[in-house]
Design a protein around this ligand. Structure first.
Ligand SMILES: *[C@@H]1O[C@H](CO)[C@@H](O)[C@H](O)[C@H]1NC(C)=O
Ligand SMILES: *[C@@H]1O[C@H](CO)[C@@H](O)[C@H](O)[C@H]1NC(C)=O
Ligand SMILES: *[C@@H]1O[C@H](CO)[C@@H](O)[C@H](O)[C@H]1NC(C)=O
Ligand SMILES: *[C@@H]1O[C@H](CO)[C@@H](O)[C@H](O)[C@H]1NC(C)=O
Length: 483
């Protein structure tokens, strides 16, 4: 697993050779720096999704073996942070982590038990609900509090399904601080994630995450949160459909948790789950059924789609078919193109899901941390070497485009069927410390120039597991059972 893969596909996908990396220059103009950050960002985005697939295949083969202690555990010094918020206790009035039972949450914090059969705005019962969220509480508005006892919710070494692009400890990350934060909404408490309840709910059902590598991270997080309840030998992970579909099966529960690769949701020329590093991305209008036929009949759907639309200020939309000899292509603003994608998704959900049986979630933009000047750090830095969250409650990184958030808000508010929005952008924006940085499997050997300058190859897009994305699933859990 440590040796670099040498299959033709991985060679085709390896990041461009960087032997001529301009980062050798020590002084960079701000413009050049911005340009380089962008190039690094894009190359990570292109390279990683693919890397995830290979990593995952390795993990699949490995997953039948009993997970044992990992070799190659870092031996470096463990950084003990003296972060100011470390000993901060949770909000007065908020229960300590894990100190609330579901019963208390339902009866005390979230309303009386006769509201167990929760209903949506129109009075229709919401599938899977067992209670309701506290009136007026926005669970996405809050702050991170240090929690040494109840976080992380699992150990990296105990979850064999994490792709090697996200196993930060195994790849030498010196600190574990990023694992010990709990999300505390300002005006209520999150129900405690109950893995038994989640698994029992999935009995005889299918749950599917659809989207890009960030959604794949959230998918793997969910499996890590649940898998320890399932004995060895009655769980498996397999890939199908040229790796577009990954299926985790809990046999005794007749339940599956699946991931479907569709970074634009619509048909695109980046849909090959293995080779999708194309120079000119094309997204085909009106093509959602191409992938959507694989999502039909799923009971809980979790979509995302953002970063792949962000390669520039415009997106090329294909009007005809990919087979057309002369292609009818319209260049659009990213916002207009994204709106086409989101409208297609809403229409697909309206036509293909039954709101009495199905729950549909959409996860908002996952932020990146490519420029430390944005949070008051020195010039020339990024997420590399960051070990504490951003404390400014108003922090919002420039990579999380507000105009895109606006499109999401507009399109989903017009949906005739409920789509539950997981608004994780703000809370994730604080987490400059939670990225995989350089502590991940690298696809090609690093040049001495790169090694000498870790900022140049730090991944400030993806997130270590366990870590931030477990919180996304806690929020999903909260919205699923206590909408
Ligand atoms: C978790 O859910 C299960 C199944 O609904 C329930 O029996 C159990 O009491 C719950 N655990 C906690 C700590 O609330
Ligand atoms: C297993 O679950 C599927 C849905 O995912 C359902 O169609 C099927 O009937 C279930 N089988 C059994 C034996 O319960
Ligand atoms: C990383 O951070 C530490 C402490 O904040 C600092 O002393 C060190 O110089 C930093 N290293 C790099 C390479 O930026
Ligand atoms: C998501 O949350 C952010 C900040 O918390 C807010 O500005 C934005 O409007 C929200 N988005 C939607 C679509 O509700």
């Amino acid at each position: 697993m440590k040796s670099p893969l040498s299959s033709p596909a991985s060679a085709a996908a390896a990041p461009p050779s960087s032997s001529s990396s301009p980062l050798r220059k020590t002084r960079l103009s701000p413009f050049l720096f911005a340009l380089l950050s962008f190039i690094v960002f894009v190359s990570i985005l292109y390279g990683e999704d693919l890397a995830c697939i290979f990593g995952q295949q390795l993990q699949v083969r490995q997953s039948s073996a009993r997970p044992g202690p990992r070799t190659g555990e870092p031996t470096g010094p463990s950084v003990s942070s003296s972060h100011v918020a470390k000993d901060e206790s949770p909000d007065a009035g908020a229960p300590p982590a894990g100190g609330t039972t579901d019963e208390e949450v339902i009866n005390g914090v979230l309303g009386s038990s006769d509201q167990r059969k929760s209903s949506g705005a129109g009075g229709e019962p919401v599938p899977f609900a067992i209670g309701r969220g506290e009136e007026g509480c926005d669970v996405f508005s809050g702050r991170w509090v240090r929690d040494e006892s109840a976080r992380p919710m699992y150990e990296e070494s105990e979850c064999p399904y994490i792709q090697p692009q996200l196993t930060c400890q195994e790849h030498g990350r010196p600190d574990r601080d990023y694992q010990h934060w709990r999300w505390q909404p300002h005006s209520c408490s999150l129900p405690r994630f109950n893995a038994t309840l989640m698994l029992e709910t999935l009995r005889g059902k299918r749950m599917m995450y659809v989207g890009d590598s960030l959604n794949r991270g959230q998918y793997v997080s969910m499996i890590c949160l649940l898998h320890s309840l399932i004995p060895e030998g009655s769980k498996s992970m397999e890939t199908f459909n040229s790796d577009s579909l990954t299926v985790f099966t809990a046999k005794d529960y007749n339940a599956t948790i699946e991931f479907y690769w569709a970074p634009f949701l619509l048909e695109s020329n980046s849909d090959n789950a293995v080779i999708h590093r194309v120079n000119e991305r094309l997204v085909r209008k009106g093509s959602i059924n191409k992938h959507g036929k694989h999502w039909k009949g799923v009971d809980i759907l979790v979509f995302n789609s953002y970063l792949w639309w962000m390669s520039g200020v415009t997106v090329k939309i294909l009007k005809g078919s990919f087979e057309d000899e002369v292609k009818d292509v319209e260049v659009m603003s990213t916002e207009d193109a994204y709106r086409i994608g989101m409208k297609s998704l809403v229409r697909w959900v309206q036509r293909n899901t039954d709101p009495k049986k199905t729950r549909v979630f959409f996860t908002s933009m996952s932020p990146t941390h490519g420029n430390s000047e944005e949070w008051g750090g020195g010039p020339g830095g990024n997420c590399y070497n960051q070990t504490t969250p951003i404390e400014d409650p108003n922090y919002w990184g420039s990579d999380s485009r507000k105009s895109i958030m606006q499109v999401i808000g507009e399109v989903f508010s017009k949906s005739k069927v409920p789509i539950t929005f997981l608004n994780i952008t703000q809370l994730s924006n604080y987490r400059k410390d939670a990225h995989t940085m350089i502590y991940k499997k690298q696809w090609s050997p690093l040049t001495p120039e790169k090694l000498a300058n870790p900022v140049s190859y730090a991944d400030c897009v993806h997130w270590c597991l366990p870590g931030l994305q477990d919180t996304w699933n806690e929020l999903l859990f909260a919205k699923l059972f206590y909408p």
